[in-house]
Design a protein around this ligand. Structure first.
Ligand code: CMC
Length: 427
Protein backbone atom coordinates (compact mmCIF):
# COMPACT_ATOMS: atom_id res chain seq x y z
CA UNK A 1 0.00 0.00 0.00
CA UNK A 2 1.25 3.47 -0.80
CA UNK A 3 1.49 6.42 1.60
CA UNK A 4 -1.63 7.38 3.51
CA UNK A 5 -2.58 10.77 4.95
CA UNK A 6 -4.13 10.17 8.38
CA UNK A 7 -5.85 12.80 10.43
CA UNK A 8 -8.88 13.14 12.62
CA UNK A 9 -11.60 15.70 12.33
CA UNK A 10 -14.88 16.05 14.26
CA UNK A 11 -13.95 12.97 16.27
CA UNK A 12 -13.54 10.80 13.16
CA UNK A 13 -10.31 9.25 11.93
CA UNK A 14 -9.69 9.79 8.24
CA UNK A 15 -7.39 7.78 6.04
CA UNK A 16 -6.72 9.19 2.57
CA UNK A 17 -4.46 7.71 -0.09
CA UNK A 18 -1.51 9.83 -1.22
CA UNK A 19 -1.15 9.81 -4.99
CA UNK A 20 2.20 10.26 -6.70
CA UNK A 21 2.80 11.87 -10.05
CA UNK A 22 5.85 11.25 -12.23
CA UNK A 23 7.35 14.47 -10.84
CA UNK A 24 6.06 17.29 -8.63
CA UNK A 25 4.20 17.35 -5.32
CA UNK A 26 2.16 14.34 -4.18
CA UNK A 27 -1.57 14.86 -3.79
CA UNK A 28 -3.96 13.70 -1.07
CA UNK A 29 -6.95 11.87 -2.53
CA UNK A 30 -9.90 13.35 -0.65
CA UNK A 31 -12.66 11.86 -2.79
CA UNK A 32 -14.02 9.82 0.12
CA UNK A 33 -13.73 12.66 2.66
CA UNK A 34 -17.37 13.76 2.53
CA UNK A 35 -18.60 10.18 2.82
CA UNK A 36 -16.34 9.57 5.81
CA UNK A 37 -16.78 12.87 7.66
CA UNK A 38 -19.74 14.76 6.17
CA UNK A 39 -17.31 17.66 5.55
CA UNK A 40 -16.05 19.34 2.40
CA UNK A 41 -12.69 21.03 1.91
CA UNK A 42 -12.62 24.79 1.29
CA UNK A 43 -10.25 26.09 -1.38
CA UNK A 44 -11.57 29.04 -3.37
CA UNK A 45 -9.14 29.85 -6.18
CA UNK A 46 -7.93 26.22 -6.04
CA UNK A 47 -4.63 27.24 -4.42
CA UNK A 48 -4.21 23.75 -2.90
CA UNK A 49 -6.37 21.61 -5.17
CA UNK A 50 -5.42 19.38 -8.09
CA UNK A 51 -8.56 19.18 -10.23
CA UNK A 52 -7.46 16.35 -12.52
CA UNK A 53 -4.67 14.01 -13.59
CA UNK A 54 -2.81 15.21 -16.67
CA UNK A 55 0.20 14.02 -18.69
CA UNK A 56 0.51 17.15 -20.84
CA UNK A 57 2.35 19.93 -19.09
CA UNK A 58 4.43 20.20 -15.94
CA UNK A 59 5.35 23.40 -14.13
CA UNK A 60 7.77 23.75 -11.24
CA UNK A 61 6.95 27.26 -10.12
CA UNK A 62 9.74 27.50 -7.54
CA UNK A 63 12.43 26.63 -10.08
CA UNK A 64 10.81 28.36 -13.08
CA UNK A 65 10.50 25.15 -15.11
CA UNK A 66 7.88 24.48 -17.80
CA UNK A 67 7.79 21.15 -19.65
CA UNK A 68 5.44 20.00 -22.40
CA UNK A 69 5.28 16.18 -22.47
CA UNK A 70 8.64 16.35 -20.70
CA UNK A 71 10.39 18.76 -23.10
CA UNK A 72 11.61 22.11 -21.65
CA UNK A 73 9.88 25.16 -23.10
CA UNK A 74 13.24 26.83 -23.87
CA UNK A 75 14.28 23.92 -26.12
CA UNK A 76 10.92 23.83 -27.87
CA UNK A 77 10.94 27.60 -28.39
CA UNK A 78 14.48 27.57 -29.81
CA UNK A 79 14.46 24.36 -31.85
CA UNK A 80 10.95 23.30 -32.82
CA UNK A 81 7.98 24.83 -34.62
CA UNK A 82 4.47 25.57 -33.45
CA UNK A 83 3.09 22.77 -35.64
CA UNK A 84 5.50 20.34 -34.04
CA UNK A 85 4.47 21.49 -30.55
CA UNK A 86 0.79 21.10 -31.54
CA UNK A 87 1.48 17.52 -32.61
CA UNK A 88 3.41 16.86 -29.40
CA UNK A 89 0.64 18.19 -27.17
CA UNK A 90 -2.09 16.32 -29.04
CA UNK A 91 -0.28 13.01 -29.48
CA UNK A 92 2.21 12.78 -26.62
CA UNK A 93 5.38 12.34 -28.71
CA UNK A 94 7.38 14.47 -31.12
CA UNK A 95 6.45 13.60 -34.73
CA UNK A 96 8.75 11.92 -37.22
CA UNK A 97 9.46 13.96 -40.36
CA UNK A 98 6.66 12.15 -42.23
CA UNK A 99 4.22 12.50 -39.36
CA UNK A 100 4.94 16.22 -39.15
CA UNK A 101 4.42 16.68 -42.89
CA UNK A 102 1.15 14.77 -42.75
CA UNK A 103 -0.04 16.75 -39.73
CA UNK A 104 0.91 20.06 -41.38
CA UNK A 105 -0.99 18.99 -44.50
CA UNK A 106 -4.08 18.00 -42.50
CA UNK A 107 -4.16 21.29 -40.60
CA UNK A 108 -3.66 23.30 -43.79
CA UNK A 109 -6.69 21.52 -45.33
CA UNK A 110 -8.92 22.97 -42.61
CA UNK A 111 -7.82 26.62 -42.71
CA UNK A 112 -10.84 27.97 -44.60
CA UNK A 113 -14.00 28.86 -42.71
CA UNK A 114 -17.56 28.38 -43.93
CA UNK A 115 -18.29 31.21 -46.37
CA UNK A 116 -21.39 32.21 -44.43
CA UNK A 117 -19.24 33.11 -41.43
CA UNK A 118 -18.28 36.30 -43.27
CA UNK A 119 -21.92 37.39 -42.95
CA UNK A 120 -21.82 36.53 -39.28
CA UNK A 121 -18.92 39.00 -38.78
CA UNK A 122 -20.91 41.77 -40.39
CA UNK A 123 -23.40 41.58 -37.51
CA UNK A 124 -20.76 43.00 -35.17
CA UNK A 125 -20.12 46.71 -34.68
CA UNK A 126 -16.91 47.80 -36.39
CA UNK A 127 -15.52 48.96 -33.05
CA UNK A 128 -16.24 45.65 -31.32
CA UNK A 129 -13.30 44.31 -29.32
CA UNK A 130 -11.83 41.40 -31.35
CA UNK A 131 -12.08 39.17 -28.26
CA UNK A 132 -15.85 39.79 -28.23
CA UNK A 133 -15.91 38.69 -31.87
CA UNK A 134 -13.77 35.62 -31.10
CA UNK A 135 -16.12 34.48 -28.30
CA UNK A 136 -19.09 34.79 -30.64
CA UNK A 137 -17.57 33.34 -33.81
CA UNK A 138 -15.87 30.35 -32.14
CA UNK A 139 -19.07 29.54 -30.23
CA UNK A 140 -20.94 29.71 -33.53
CA UNK A 141 -18.63 27.13 -35.16
CA UNK A 142 -20.77 24.35 -33.67
CA UNK A 143 -23.62 25.62 -35.87
CA UNK A 144 -21.39 25.36 -38.97
CA UNK A 145 -19.50 22.15 -38.19
CA UNK A 146 -22.18 20.05 -36.60
CA UNK A 147 -20.66 16.90 -38.10
CA UNK A 148 -17.79 17.07 -35.58
CA UNK A 149 -19.73 17.67 -32.38
CA UNK A 150 -20.34 14.07 -31.27
CA UNK A 151 -17.88 13.89 -28.41
CA UNK A 152 -18.31 10.12 -28.01
CA UNK A 153 -16.76 9.56 -31.45
CA UNK A 154 -12.91 9.77 -31.34
CA UNK A 155 -12.75 10.57 -35.07
CA UNK A 156 -15.14 13.51 -34.71
CA UNK A 157 -13.16 14.71 -31.71
CA UNK A 158 -9.97 14.62 -33.77
CA UNK A 159 -11.56 16.46 -36.68
CA UNK A 160 -12.99 19.11 -34.34
CA UNK A 161 -9.53 19.54 -32.74
CA UNK A 162 -7.86 19.96 -36.14
CA UNK A 163 -10.57 22.35 -37.29
CA UNK A 164 -10.17 24.54 -34.22
CA UNK A 165 -6.36 24.72 -34.50
CA UNK A 166 -6.55 25.35 -38.26
CA UNK A 167 -9.36 27.89 -38.30
CA UNK A 168 -8.25 30.02 -35.36
CA UNK A 169 -5.72 32.08 -37.41
CA UNK A 170 -8.36 32.68 -40.10
CA UNK A 171 -10.96 33.71 -37.52
CA UNK A 172 -8.47 35.96 -35.69
CA UNK A 173 -7.29 37.64 -38.91
CA UNK A 174 -10.89 38.19 -40.00
CA UNK A 175 -11.67 39.84 -36.64
CA UNK A 176 -8.78 42.24 -37.27
CA UNK A 177 -9.68 42.93 -40.90
CA UNK A 178 -13.27 43.61 -39.94
CA UNK A 179 -12.20 46.15 -37.30
CA UNK A 180 -10.13 48.14 -39.80
CA UNK A 181 -12.60 47.88 -42.67
CA UNK A 182 -10.38 45.87 -45.00
CA UNK A 183 -11.53 42.86 -47.04
CA UNK A 184 -11.03 39.39 -45.59
CA UNK A 185 -8.20 37.38 -47.15
CA UNK A 186 -8.62 33.67 -47.85
CA UNK A 187 -5.88 31.42 -46.46
CA UNK A 188 -2.92 30.55 -48.70
CA UNK A 189 -1.98 26.96 -47.90
CA UNK A 190 1.38 27.21 -49.63
CA UNK A 191 2.51 29.23 -46.60
CA UNK A 192 3.32 27.95 -43.11
CA UNK A 193 0.69 28.07 -40.38
CA UNK A 194 2.23 31.25 -38.99
CA UNK A 195 3.15 32.82 -42.35
CA UNK A 196 -0.41 32.28 -43.50
CA UNK A 197 -1.73 34.04 -40.40
CA UNK A 198 0.59 37.03 -40.92
CA UNK A 199 -0.52 37.32 -44.56
CA UNK A 200 -4.23 37.08 -43.72
CA UNK A 201 -3.72 39.77 -41.06
CA UNK A 202 -1.43 42.25 -42.77
CA UNK A 203 -1.84 41.48 -46.48
CA UNK A 204 -4.33 43.07 -48.84
CA UNK A 205 -5.84 41.52 -51.99
CA UNK A 206 -4.37 44.28 -54.15
CA UNK A 207 -0.73 43.42 -53.41
CA UNK A 208 1.62 40.50 -52.93
CA UNK A 209 2.47 40.04 -49.26
CA UNK A 210 6.00 39.08 -48.38
CA UNK A 211 6.33 37.14 -45.13
CA UNK A 212 9.53 38.25 -43.37
CA UNK A 213 11.23 35.00 -42.21
CA UNK A 214 12.51 36.54 -38.96
CA UNK A 215 9.06 37.87 -38.08
CA UNK A 216 7.46 34.55 -39.00
CA UNK A 217 9.94 32.77 -36.73
CA UNK A 218 9.35 35.20 -33.87
CA UNK A 219 5.57 34.89 -34.22
CA UNK A 220 5.82 31.10 -34.36
CA UNK A 221 7.89 31.17 -31.18
CA UNK A 222 5.30 33.37 -29.47
CA UNK A 223 2.68 30.79 -30.39
CA UNK A 224 4.88 28.03 -28.89
CA UNK A 225 5.27 30.01 -25.67
CA UNK A 226 1.49 30.25 -25.27
CA UNK A 227 0.55 26.74 -26.43
CA UNK A 228 -0.36 25.24 -23.06
CA UNK A 229 0.07 26.00 -19.39
CA UNK A 230 -1.37 23.24 -17.25
CA UNK A 231 -4.64 23.85 -15.34
CA UNK A 232 -4.84 27.65 -15.62
CA UNK A 233 -8.19 29.48 -15.41
CA UNK A 234 -9.17 29.21 -19.08
CA UNK A 235 -8.06 25.57 -19.39
CA UNK A 236 -9.99 24.68 -16.25
CA UNK A 237 -12.96 26.51 -17.78
CA UNK A 238 -12.67 24.42 -20.95
CA UNK A 239 -12.48 21.23 -18.88
CA UNK A 240 -15.43 22.24 -16.70
CA UNK A 241 -17.56 23.17 -19.71
CA UNK A 242 -16.53 19.93 -21.42
CA UNK A 243 -17.26 17.82 -18.34
CA UNK A 244 -20.99 18.27 -18.97
CA UNK A 245 -20.60 16.80 -22.47
CA UNK A 246 -20.78 20.19 -24.23
CA UNK A 247 -19.38 20.23 -27.79
CA UNK A 248 -15.74 21.29 -28.35
CA UNK A 249 -16.54 24.57 -30.10
CA UNK A 250 -18.73 25.69 -27.18
CA UNK A 251 -16.01 24.63 -24.72
CA UNK A 252 -13.27 26.58 -26.51
CA UNK A 253 -15.55 29.65 -26.68
CA UNK A 254 -15.89 29.35 -22.88
CA UNK A 255 -12.09 29.22 -22.59
CA UNK A 256 -11.74 32.33 -24.75
CA UNK A 257 -14.20 34.20 -22.53
CA UNK A 258 -12.19 33.30 -19.44
CA UNK A 259 -8.86 34.14 -21.07
CA UNK A 260 -10.07 37.67 -21.82
CA UNK A 261 -9.80 38.85 -18.18
CA UNK A 262 -6.87 41.13 -17.26
CA UNK A 263 -5.65 38.72 -14.54
CA UNK A 264 -5.18 36.08 -17.26
CA UNK A 265 -4.67 36.51 -21.03
CA UNK A 266 -5.89 40.11 -21.00
CA UNK A 267 -2.70 41.01 -19.11
CA UNK A 268 -0.65 41.32 -22.33
CA UNK A 269 -2.89 44.15 -23.54
CA UNK A 270 -2.92 45.71 -20.05
CA UNK A 271 0.88 45.40 -19.71
CA UNK A 272 1.62 47.39 -22.87
CA UNK A 273 -1.00 49.98 -21.96
CA UNK A 274 0.68 50.30 -18.57
CA UNK A 275 4.12 50.76 -20.17
CA UNK A 276 2.66 53.43 -22.45
CA UNK A 277 1.14 55.19 -19.44
CA UNK A 278 4.46 55.04 -17.56
CA UNK A 279 6.27 56.27 -20.67
CA UNK A 280 9.78 57.13 -19.58
CA UNK A 281 12.01 55.44 -16.96
CA UNK A 282 11.95 58.51 -14.67
CA UNK A 283 8.25 57.89 -14.01
CA UNK A 284 8.77 54.26 -12.89
CA UNK A 285 9.21 54.91 -9.12
CA UNK A 286 5.76 56.52 -8.96
CA UNK A 287 4.15 53.41 -10.47
CA UNK A 288 6.18 51.06 -8.28
CA UNK A 289 4.85 52.92 -5.23
CA UNK A 290 1.31 52.64 -6.59
CA UNK A 291 1.71 48.88 -7.16
CA UNK A 292 2.81 48.49 -3.53
CA UNK A 293 -0.02 50.61 -2.10
CA UNK A 294 -2.76 48.34 -0.71
CA UNK A 295 -5.36 51.11 -1.16
CA UNK A 296 -4.54 51.54 -4.85
CA UNK A 297 -6.00 48.87 -7.20
CA UNK A 298 -3.05 49.38 -9.60
CA UNK A 299 -0.87 46.31 -10.13
CA UNK A 300 2.24 45.89 -12.24
CA UNK A 301 0.72 44.11 -15.21
CA UNK A 302 2.86 41.32 -16.62
CA UNK A 303 4.24 40.70 -13.13
CA UNK A 304 3.43 37.92 -10.68
CA UNK A 305 1.96 34.49 -11.22
CA UNK A 306 -0.05 31.99 -9.22
CA UNK A 307 2.44 29.20 -9.90
CA UNK A 308 5.80 30.81 -10.76
CA UNK A 309 7.63 32.10 -7.74
CA UNK A 310 10.67 32.59 -9.95
CA UNK A 311 11.30 34.07 -13.41
CA UNK A 312 8.65 32.75 -15.83
CA UNK A 313 10.77 30.76 -18.35
CA UNK A 314 8.54 32.08 -21.14
CA UNK A 315 9.44 35.67 -20.21
CA UNK A 316 13.15 34.87 -20.68
CA UNK A 317 12.56 33.72 -24.28
CA UNK A 318 10.17 36.59 -24.90
CA UNK A 319 12.74 39.17 -23.77
CA UNK A 320 15.40 37.82 -26.16
CA UNK A 321 12.86 37.72 -29.00
CA UNK A 322 12.24 41.49 -28.67
CA UNK A 323 15.70 42.31 -30.04
CA UNK A 324 15.38 39.77 -32.88
CA UNK A 325 12.14 41.37 -34.04
CA UNK A 326 13.55 44.88 -33.73
CA UNK A 327 16.54 43.87 -35.88
CA UNK A 328 14.38 42.09 -38.47
CA UNK A 329 11.94 44.96 -38.78
CA UNK A 330 14.60 47.65 -38.42
CA UNK A 331 12.56 49.31 -35.70
CA UNK A 332 13.01 50.10 -32.05
CA UNK A 333 10.70 51.08 -29.25
CA UNK A 334 11.75 53.23 -26.28
CA UNK A 335 9.20 51.31 -24.20
CA UNK A 336 11.57 48.33 -24.26
CA UNK A 337 14.10 50.38 -22.28
CA UNK A 338 11.32 51.39 -19.89
CA UNK A 339 10.31 47.72 -19.49
CA UNK A 340 13.89 46.59 -18.83
CA UNK A 341 14.37 49.35 -16.25
CA UNK A 342 11.01 48.58 -14.62
CA UNK A 343 11.98 44.93 -14.31
CA UNK A 344 15.34 45.86 -12.78
CA UNK A 345 13.80 48.24 -10.25
CA UNK A 346 11.02 45.81 -9.29
CA UNK A 347 13.39 42.85 -8.89
CA UNK A 348 15.49 44.91 -6.46
CA UNK A 349 12.53 46.15 -4.44
CA UNK A 350 11.83 44.33 -1.11
CA UNK A 351 8.06 44.21 -1.85
CA UNK A 352 8.54 42.25 -5.09
CA UNK A 353 11.38 40.15 -3.64
CA UNK A 354 9.36 39.15 -0.57
CA UNK A 355 6.24 38.27 -2.57
CA UNK A 356 8.33 36.55 -5.26
CA UNK A 357 6.88 38.62 -8.08
CA UNK A 358 8.74 38.21 -11.38
CA UNK A 359 7.96 39.15 -14.99
CA UNK A 360 5.55 36.70 -16.59
CA UNK A 361 4.94 35.80 -20.25
CA UNK A 362 2.87 38.94 -20.80
CA UNK A 363 5.48 41.49 -19.73
CA UNK A 364 7.50 41.60 -22.96
CA UNK A 365 5.08 40.07 -25.46
CA UNK A 366 3.21 43.34 -26.05
CA UNK A 367 6.40 45.12 -27.16
CA UNK A 368 7.05 42.43 -29.79
CA UNK A 369 3.47 42.27 -31.00
CA UNK A 370 3.28 46.02 -31.24
CA UNK A 371 6.54 46.10 -33.28
CA UNK A 372 5.09 43.49 -35.65
CA UNK A 373 2.10 45.80 -36.16
CA UNK A 374 -0.69 44.39 -34.00
CA UNK A 375 -2.92 46.82 -32.12
CA UNK A 376 -3.20 46.09 -28.38
CA UNK A 377 -6.77 44.81 -28.79
CA UNK A 378 -5.41 41.89 -30.84
CA UNK A 379 -2.91 40.73 -28.20
CA UNK A 380 -5.27 38.49 -26.26
CA UNK A 381 -6.66 37.16 -29.54
CA UNK A 382 -3.15 35.92 -30.38
CA UNK A 383 -2.93 34.28 -26.97
CA UNK A 384 -6.28 32.54 -27.65
CA UNK A 385 -5.12 31.42 -31.09
CA UNK A 386 -2.00 29.78 -29.66
CA UNK A 387 -3.68 28.38 -26.53
CA UNK A 388 -6.33 26.60 -28.61
CA UNK A 389 -4.08 23.57 -29.03
CA UNK A 390 -3.59 23.34 -25.27
CA UNK A 391 -7.31 23.66 -24.67
CA UNK A 392 -8.22 20.95 -27.20
CA UNK A 393 -5.44 18.63 -25.99
CA UNK A 394 -6.62 19.01 -22.39
CA UNK A 395 -10.24 18.57 -23.46
CA UNK A 396 -9.38 15.38 -25.36
CA UNK A 397 -7.40 14.06 -22.42
CA UNK A 398 -10.40 14.65 -20.15
CA UNK A 399 -12.94 13.03 -22.49
CA UNK A 400 -10.68 9.99 -22.97
CA UNK A 401 -10.33 9.49 -19.19
CA UNK A 402 -12.64 6.61 -18.20
CA UNK A 403 -12.97 8.08 -14.69
CA UNK A 404 -14.17 11.46 -15.99
CA UNK A 405 -17.13 12.99 -14.13
CA UNK A 406 -19.05 16.22 -14.50
CA UNK A 407 -17.23 19.01 -12.59
CA UNK A 408 -19.42 20.00 -9.66
CA UNK A 409 -17.75 21.87 -6.77
CA UNK A 410 -19.56 22.29 -3.46
CA UNK A 411 -19.69 25.39 -1.26
CA UNK A 412 -19.67 26.77 2.24
CA UNK A 413 -23.18 28.16 2.51
CA UNK A 414 -23.37 31.45 4.47
CA UNK A 415 -26.89 32.62 3.53
CA UNK A 416 -30.05 32.62 5.64
CA UNK A 417 -31.21 29.33 7.19
CA UNK A 418 -34.67 28.06 6.24
CA UNK A 419 -37.50 30.52 6.97
CA UNK A 420 -41.15 30.87 5.96
CA UNK A 421 -42.36 32.95 3.08
CA UNK A 422 -44.14 36.16 4.13
CA UNK A 423 -46.85 37.50 1.76
CA UNK A 424 -45.99 40.92 0.35
CA UNK A 425 -48.75 42.81 2.24
CA UNK A 426 -47.38 41.52 5.55
CA UNK A 427 -43.72 42.62 5.02
N1 CMC B 1 1.68 43.98 -8.73
C1 CMC B 1 1.67 44.27 -7.41
N2 CMC B 1 1.39 43.39 -6.42
C2 CMC B 1 1.11 42.14 -6.80
C3 CMC B 1 1.11 41.76 -8.16
C4 CMC B 1 1.41 42.73 -9.14
N3 CMC B 1 1.40 42.41 -10.43
N4 CMC B 1 0.78 40.45 -8.26
C5 CMC B 1 0.59 40.02 -7.00
N5 CMC B 1 0.79 41.04 -6.12
C6 CMC B 1 0.72 40.95 -4.66
C7 CMC B 1 -0.73 40.89 -4.19
O1 CMC B 1 -1.24 42.17 -3.91
C8 CMC B 1 -0.63 40.02 -2.97
O2 CMC B 1 -0.20 40.81 -1.91
P1 CMC B 1 -0.68 40.47 -0.40
O3 CMC B 1 -0.16 39.11 -0.09
O4 CMC B 1 -0.04 41.55 0.43
O5 CMC B 1 -2.18 40.53 -0.41
C9 CMC B 1 0.48 39.03 -3.30
O6 CMC B 1 1.30 39.70 -4.27
C10 CMC B 1 -0.02 37.71 -3.89
O7 CMC B 1 -0.86 38.02 -5.01
P2 CMC B 1 -2.24 37.31 -5.30
O8 CMC B 1 -3.09 38.20 -6.13
O9 CMC B 1 -2.84 36.78 -4.02
O10 CMC B 1 -1.73 36.08 -6.16
P3 CMC B 1 -2.56 35.23 -7.17
O11 CMC B 1 -1.81 33.98 -7.35
O12 CMC B 1 -3.99 35.14 -6.73
O13 CMC B 1 -2.55 36.11 -8.52
C11 CMC B 1 -1.90 37.04 -10.60
C12 CMC B 1 -1.68 35.90 -9.57
C13 CMC B 1 -1.17 36.67 -11.89
C14 CMC B 1 -3.40 37.17 -10.90
C15 CMC B 1 -1.34 38.35 -10.02
O14 CMC B 1 0.04 38.24 -9.78
C16 CMC B 1 -1.64 39.54 -10.93
O15 CMC B 1 -2.74 40.12 -10.84
N6 CMC B 1 -0.66 39.93 -11.83
C17 CMC B 1 -0.90 40.98 -12.81
C18 CMC B 1 -1.71 40.42 -13.96
C19 CMC B 1 -0.88 39.54 -14.88
O16 CMC B 1 0.23 39.87 -15.26
N7 CMC B 1 -1.47 38.38 -15.24
C20 CMC B 1 -0.85 37.45 -16.20
C21 CMC B 1 -0.54 36.12 -15.59
S1 CMC B 1 0.55 35.16 -16.66
C22 CMC B 1 -0.38 34.83 -18.09
C23 CMC B 1 -1.53 33.96 -17.84
O17 CMC B 1 -1.37 32.80 -17.40
O18 CMC B 1 -2.66 34.37 -18.12
Amino acid sequence: MGDQAKFSVGGKDVDCAVMKGSVGPDVIDIRKLYGQTGMFTFDPGFTSTASCESALTFIDGEEGVLLHRGYPIGQLAEQSSFMEVCYLLLNGELPSKDELEQFDYTISRHTMVHEQLATFYRGFRRDAHPMAIMCGVVGALSAFYHDSTDIADPLQRRIASHRLIAKMPTIAAMAYKYSIGQPFLYPDNSLSYTGNFLRMTFGVPAEEYEVLPAVEKAMDRIFILHADHEQNASTSTVRLAGSSGANPFACIAAGIACLWGPAHGGANEAALEMLREIGTPDRIPHYIERAKDKDDPFRLMGFGHRVYKNYDPRATVMQSTVREVFDAMKVTDPLFETALRLEEIALNDPYFIEKKLFPNVDFYSGIILSAIGFPTTMFTVLFALARTVGWVAQWNEMISDPGQKIGRPRQLYTGPVQRDYVPVDQR
